[in-house]
Write a protein that binds this ligand. Sequence first.
Ligand SMILES: [Zn+2]
Length: 261
Amino acid sequence: MKRIDPIPTNLSPNALLRSLGITEPRDIDVEAIAYYVGLRVKRRCLKCCEAMITGLGNKGIISVNLGGMPQRERFSIAHELGHWAHHRGETVACRSTDIGKFSQTNTVERAADQYAADLLMPWPMFKTECRKHRTLNLNALKEVAGEFKTSLTATLIRMIDSDIYPASMVICHGTTGRKWHRSAPKMNNRWFPREELDAESFAFQLLHSQNQEEQRFPRKIGADAWFDKAWASRYEITEQSFRIPGEGVVTILNLDPNMVG
Ligand SMILES: [Zn+2]
């Protein structure tokens, strides 16, 4: 008699990918992974949230809101898988502001986001892709995001965290000022970006004009445009800004590798 495999108990992203024999980004089928761990995915109109999970015992249902971008939907499903791994037995409903923001204050949501990033962009595969690009810029970002079918924001945060670009930083601005920023892991924290955008920066123009297109290439600018310190004027850095819908204006800064220690 053929033995029926029970639902796997080790739900760590690495263990799941290994037991499914997944070694290439294109094979990370998040719905198949959900099914493997006892979850069905349903798309429906959710009023209160972007995604939710309900479960009973070893079986459950992930619901995702209809009509989202495919990359966003993938991340939401993977985020709910994170709740399934970490917060089993609870019904969790996640608003769009809970998913993919790597909240500093909400540890439950941050754990689910981290799980999603680890599942969709596993480090060995992800670093292999990153190493194909010598510098972090919009082109590199688009290519890596395309490979993993992940959003620009989630991919960019992962690229910064990868430690492959030790002199890179990303900053997101909305009309009310700086929303978030992230630096390469070992960057000295004296490189802390200013709150408001400098009128000299391309990001400023992008934020305040509807027609302005993204910057197709990085350009050089004095570091004092981004860092409110007297010594910053001695350095030159590169900036590249673009819009991410729902996020705001995002800028990738590249410092001189000799400056960051
Ligand atoms: Zn959540």
